[in-house]
Design a protein around this ligand. Structure first.
Ligand code: UDP
Length: 236
């Protein structure tokens, strides 16, 4: 089977893992995503996952807290999500390694780029958790950073409640139109809230395409890697 992409980064936000609840982890959605990841691995694609943590904590929302402390709490949330994904994947026979950006050796490997690449080459799913390890960053920026570091072909950005990028919020404005394709500059100039601007800029500077799709249909991932035009692609 000839896949369009050989090595992908799948960015799954914490919200996407929480299903309809908006917080916590939905075992059903985690299991659905895992099944799709298994199929994609079986297609010969190398899959790395960057997990968010917004289903537990977002650093910037705790206004009365020290921002760095609050961001560390957010990073810890991403590690909980990483372990949930690891558990679900291993249950269905997919080999995984969780790597954390902040050392937690009893729980997972520390992030080591060369080791991550080796795992991918061996067909293991590498789950990058702990964000970038730095406060004031997001897991979208982490996805851009890791994609650049491991030479991923594309970032698949899983969204909750929307199946691509629209001119306006499609859940509020029925006249909003969906874009099939955008360039990075458009995203930045139009102020489209897809990723934060740091993440978009990092992708732009390193020419990493981003494909935005709806996590409600995780099965689209299989079609995307085969080259189907699903969601919205952002490139040069
Ligand atoms: N975070 C951070 N540095 C990083 C990545 C994440 O400080 O490199 C913290 C930040 O507080 C963020 C939280 O972790 O709000 C959860 O990550 P994010 O908001 O990106 O998760 P998502 O929206 O994808 O669920």
């Amino acid at each position: 089977m000839d896949c369009k992409y050989k090595r992908i980064i799948l960015k799954i936000s914490g919200e996407a893992l929480s299903g309809n609840a908006g917080h916590g982890i939905s075992p059903e959605i985690v299991s659905r995503i895992s099944n799709v990841v298994k199929n994609v691995i079986n297609m010969g694609v190398e899959v790395a996952i960057v997990v968010g943590g917004g289903n537990f904590w977002r650093g910037a929302s705790a206004k009365d807290m020290d921002r760095t402390t609050s961001d560390y709490m957010g990073m810890l949330g991403t590690i909980i999500n990483g372990l949930a994904l690891q558990d679900a994947l291993e249950k269905i026979g997919v080999e995984t390694r969780v790597q954390t950006a902040i050392e937690m050796r009893q729980i997972a490997e520390p992030y080591i780029r060369r080791r991550a690449v080796r795992h991918l080459e061996k067909g293991r799913v590498v789950i990058f958790s702990g964000g970038s390890g730095n406060p004031y960053f997001s897991t979208d920026t982490t996805a851009a950073l890791r994609a650049a570091e491991i030479n991923a072909d594309i970032i698949l950005l899983a969204k909750n409640g929307v199946d691509g990028v629209y001119s306006d919020d499609p859940n509020k404005n029925p006249d909003s139109v969906k874009y099939d394709e955008l360039n990075y500059i458009d995203v930045l100039n139009k102020g489209l809230k897809i990723m934060d601007s740091t993440a978009t800029s990092l992708c732009m500077d390193n020419k990493i395409p981003i494909l935005v799709f709806g996590i409600e249909q995780p099965e689209s991932i299989e079609k995307i890697v085969m080259g189907d035009n699903i969601g919205t692609i952002i490139k040069e």
